[in-house]
Ligand binder design. Structure first.
Ligand code: PMP
Length: 391
């Protein structure tokens, strides 16, 4: 029976990691996989996480089961960072822990499907796993343009989709630090999107995987909060894997906002049943560490400081790239105004390949770069190589 399974394409980024590891050129540059890196190229454990983990080791007295909703202390502690002062929107929001942001997106889409969604509108390009999850759930992906050809967020296209949406449709939006383009909606654009959603038949699903890596924790939640203030119902997927550096510990949360708080129990009982059938319950360790941090003022301050250091470095690299301006046929100026880890360069596949073969520069075939792979010591080489392959 198993012979009938046809091979699936390997994950392109994982294949790239292997090629990069095997390359012995000392000045190689890895702009592929989506993790933060310091100026020295490391992805260290946050000091705040290390301290929280020490406390966990000393204080945790049981590893007994928690249940499908995971660590509710973690889920609740995160809410003010996402939703602001009135963190439950008057008792209309509840959440549960998930295995990473991926688990949260999966759960949100499965729940939407259970409630009647058949089609999901998604700005393209997007994180490739969005499409994979939709395919796996047998949901129809209806794509629209995320950005214009001038590299600005395409407001008309998203507003058109929202206005034409039918009952049961879901609109999936990136909360901040758009993956892969780095092109976020401005606050004014978010206001317009929130107004449109308030008049729309569609339910929004907001996927926030990089809060704090763009402009600031609060600033990066602007769009999410603007939408929640206007719409009756919404689904939210949050990842703490980037902004706490907990990638492999798989730390995420799913939240639902209901029209009326009295509906939350039924909604969350469905979410819990889906979680139970998928992964039973999420891994505990990383979420417990985040709870320890968020419940302690000193650790919270330390974490926010570390996050700011990351954000500042990303902004510095972006500013430096923008300063370089034109590199061959590639205009690097827009990268200065984009947010988060990623940007897409308009490179043909053959140019991406030439960068790898001739210059030891590794990036996704789509031209997506992780700007955290750059630092003051290698930007010049990168900019020169871009000019060489594109002029
Ligand atoms: N959503 C988006 C847009 C992402 O880019 C990512 C991570 N690459 C995720 C969700 C999921 O993150 P994780 O499962 O690692 O927490």
């Amino acid at each position: 029976m198993l012979e009938s399974l046809t091979p699936q394409p390997p994950d392109a980024l994982l294949a790239l990691i292997k090629l990069h590891d095997e390359d012995d050129r000392p000045d190689k540059i890895d702009l592929g996989v989506g993790v933060y890196r310091t100026g020295q190229g490391d992805t260290p454990v946050f000091a705040a996480v290390k301290r929280a983990e020490e406390r966990l080791v000393n204080e945790q007295d049981s590893k007994s089961y928690l249940g499908p909703e995971g660590d509710i202390g973690f889920v609740n502690a995160l809410m003010p960072y996402l939703f602001g002062k009135d963190a439950t929107m008057g008792g209309r929001i509840a959440g549960m822990q998930t295995p990473g942001g991926t688990g949260a997106v999966r759960l949100a889409l499965a729940l939407a499907q259970k409630a009647g969604t058949r089609r999901v509108h998604l700005g393209l390009p997007s994180w490739p796993n969005h499409a994979q999850i939709l395919k796996d759930l047998d949901l129809e992906l209806v794509g629209f343009d995320h950005a214009t050809s001038e590299g600005k967020a395409d407001l008309d296209s998203v507003l058109g989709v929202i206005a034409a949406a039918e009952p049961g449709d879901t609109v999936l939006l990136h909360g901040c630090c758009h993956n892969p383009t780095g092109i976020d909606y401005s606050n004014e654009q978010w206001d317009a999107i929130a107004d449109a959603l308030s008049q729309s038949a569609a339910i929004p699903l907001i996927d926030t995987a990089y809060q704090g890596l763009g402009v600031g924790m609060k600033e990066d939640a602007y769009g999410l909060r603007a939408v929640l203030a206007k719409v009756p119902e919404a689904l939210i997927a949050q990842s703490c894997d980037k902004n706490f550096g907990l990638y492999r510990d798989r730390v995420g949360a799913f939240y639902a906002m209901a029209k009326d708080g009295s509906q939350l129990e039924d909604i969350m009982s469905n979410a819990a049943a889906l979680a139970r059938a998928n992964w039973s319950m999420p891994p505990d360790h990383g979420a417990a560490a985040v709870r320890k941090i968020l419940r302690d003022d000193e650790l919270t301050a330390l974490w926010l400081e570390e996050l700011e250091t990351m954000r500042t470095r990303l902004r510095q690299v972006r500013a430096k790239l923008a300063e370089a301006g034109q590199s061959g046929a590639i205009d690097l100026k827009p990268l200065g105004g984009q947010n988060g880890l990623f940007s897409v360069l308009p490179l043909a596949k053959s140019q991406v390949e030439a960068l790898r073969k001739d210059h030891a520069i590794y990036m996704a075939g789509s031209g997506r770069i992780n700007v955290a792979g750059l630092h003051m010591g290698n930007i010049e080489k990168f900019v020169d190589a871009l000019a060489k392959v594109s002029s």
